[in-house]
Design a protein around this ligand. Sequence first.
Ligand SMILES: C[S@@+](CC[C@H](N)C(=O)[O-])C[C@H]1O[C@@H](n2cnc3c(N)ncnc32)[C@H](O)[C@@H]1O
Length: 214
Amino acid sequence: MKDLVSPEIEAYAQAHSRAESAVRRALREETQRTMEYAQMVVGPLEGAFLQMMTQLVGAKRVLEIGMFTGYSALCFAEAVPADGTVITCDIDEKSAALARRYFAQTPLGKKIDIRMGPALETMRALAGPFDLIFIDADKANYLNYYRRALDLLAPNGVILIDNVLWSGEVLTQPPPDERTAAIQELNRTVANDSRVTSVLVTIRDGILVVRQKA
Ligand SMILES: C[S@@+](CC[C@H](N)C(=O)[O-])C[C@H]1O[C@@H](n2cnc3c(N)ncnc32)[C@H](O)[C@@H]1O
């Protein structure tokens, strides 16, 4: 992933935002030491943003699409109230094993419910409403995830979609590959969807914040 914001500005923003908890820091560092594609972890600054959104919405039920080693799931678990829940999905057993080990080390882990299997199938089997839905898995399915997320969303809920700037590749026409095309299509679809309002926030690799119109 290409840095869209300079590392100095990113570090400054991070230093002036909600701090990373000890358990998340340990998980991030172990992920960086032991896992391929460790850059997929949202990290402390985006994590603080996810937590702010969770608390602004007053989210009690969160759905995450794409858990990896569990960093963002822990962000949500820290931000929901004591009786809040986070359902998170993944297909990769190796990542899930690391996530489970960290979830077991903290009482927050009791709030997290892992659903293994293709996320679209999981989403189809789930019943809403969810107050916050975070989409951060395979890009080719982003539009499918968005459509199902709208069905599952509480009236005042919010959908957050990660990597919508795709290292800046969204500017390239024609799109160089299928994943870039899928993200461009998602961004176009949301911008033209009369049911919702949205803002594309330029934190890290871009986060699309979507809510339904009143
Ligand atoms: C970008 S990572 C998620 C990062 C995570 N949110 C974090 O901050 O640590 C994407 C994850 O989606 C998972 N994934 C890919 N395709 C999937 C699918 N069809 N269903 C469920 N999970 C999938 C991958 O295994 C990977 O762990």
